[in-house]
Design a protein around this ligand. Structure first.
Ligand code: G3I
Length: 381
């Protein structure tokens, strides 16, 4: 090979870079951050923000105050937070007549100090009810109990919340009702109108928060997921027809890696139906369960988890109604998937964008790249 060849090759190799640099100067666009830079312009929050998206995560409020590295990670990556547990009935309601807002207030303070947004999770659910609930609640006092809770909790933080999950997981077609409603304590005590009553009370208590219906098991292409989507749509259409104040659908997005798990056109049709109902869509609890993957090699497991994030987000982010993506936790050190839905071998899951030592996982880069690939969408729906 001659010198001439070498220099020509070197010139050709450098030409696109030189041209790109020139173009950037002209448009005064800052150069992209190196791929390994993961904070500031390299963070999930900033990559999301460039595509009309808020990225955030569910937080463990105790860890926020005891682990500065965790607090730093949460702060640098997120625009929006949600309490994994601290705003549920159980933690908030030590007795039927008292409230304990210590943890919830601590989270609100953290969010406001760091100029983040906050989602409330949740005002009504069949789980995480306090131990006293079953013996205390009855048909005579349940409506008052529910309304007082919504008034006190949503009212306390009025004007400071991005959104509230007003009703969580109220649909379960396998319970056999024609309206698809779950046979929850709230349904048994108050009948099917409890959902509508709760949304109206939430709007009255905090007129500014976006009011959300949140549910799981609607993501896949299997018949059970399709039944669930159909039942959720039935509920949402009924609420809209009755002028119930509802602004968004929360799709939890507890998804799984492995060939059995497919995400595709059924979900996209559902998202378009939500948009036609004038609802925003929030992915509220995204994580990728790796229980169907072999434990070893770890690298292959991480890549398969990342591929599932990529496939799911590339699909769902095509829909302009999707405005928020929260992962359910941010580090593998603190994930519910090591408890409920754990691996059969009881080994720790590797399901989130940061590992147990707070280093970014392949899932982090997959998420970031999916945000970057989001097709341009109009700012207003
Ligand atoms: O409160 C006690 C605490 O005092 C004690 O130290 C601890 C020891 O195990 O138990 C504590 O409570 C547990 C709590 O998590 C905090 O760790 C509860 O038993 C346990 O049931 C609870 O699980 C939570 C679950 O919801 C039920 O509320 C999970 O952390 C949380 O990730 C999970 O989140 C749900 C969403 O709210 C709705 N969508 C599904 C998602 C996963 O199930």
């Amino acid at each position: 090979m001659t010198n001439h060849h070498l220099s020509r090759r070197a010139f050709l190799a450098s030409a696109p870079l030189a041209l790109a640099g020139c173009h950037r100067d002209l448009l005064s666009i800052p150069p992209p951050p190196p791929a390994q830079e993961i904070t500031g312009p390299g963070s999930l929050r900033q990559h999301a923000a460039q595509h009309i998206l808020l990225y955030g995560c569910a937080v463990n409020v105790k860890l926020l105050s005891t682990d500065p590295a965790y607090a730093d990670l949460v702060r640098t990556q997120s625009s929006i937070l949600v309490a994994e547990n601290a705003m549920k009935w159980g933690p908030l309601r030590p007795t039927p007549t008292t409230f304990n807002f210590d943890q919830a207030d601590a989270l609100v303070a953290f969010v406001e100090q760091n100029r983040l947004k906050l989602r409330g999770h949740n005002l009504l659910w069949h789980r995480a009810l306090p131990a006293w609930f079953a013996a205390y609640a009855n048909r005579a006092n349940a409506e008052q109990l529910m309304l007082q809770h919504i008034d006190q909790v949503a009212g306390r933080y009025a004007g400071r919340m991005h959104s509230w999950d007003v009703v969580n997981e109220a649909i379960l077609p396998s319970d056999g009702r024609s309206d698809g409603l779950r046979n929850s304590p709230w349904l048994q005590l108050l009948g099917p109108t409890y959902i509508e009553t709760a949304f109206r009370a939430a709007r009255a208590a905090d007129p500014q928060a976006l009011l959300t219906y949140n549910d799981y098991g609607i993501e896949g292409e299997d018949p059970a997921a399709q039944r669930k989507r159909d039942a959720v749509l039935l509920l949402l259409r009924r609420l809209k027809t009755r002028n119930v104040p509802i602004d968004a659908m929360g799709i939890q997005s507890h998804i799984s890696a492995g060939p059995r798990h497919v995400y595709g056109p059924g979900l996209m049709r559902f998202l378009a139906d939500l948009r036609e109902l004038d609802l925003q869509v929030f992915l509220t609890e995204l994580d990728v369960n790796d229980r169907d993957l072999p434990l070893k090699p770890t690298g292959a497991r991480d890549e398969a988890v990342a591929a599932t994030y990529r496939q799911y987000l590339d699909l769902v982010l095509r829909e302009p109604a999707v405005r928020v993506v929260l992962t359910w936790g941010i580090t593998d050190r603190a994930t519910w998937l090591n408890g409920e839905d754990a691996r059969a071998d009881h080994q720790p899951e590797r399901c989130l964008p940061f590992d147990r030592d707070y280093a970014p996982t392949p899932a982090f880069f997959a998420m970031r790249n999916s945000f970057d690939r989001r097709p341009a969408i109009r700012a207003a729906l």
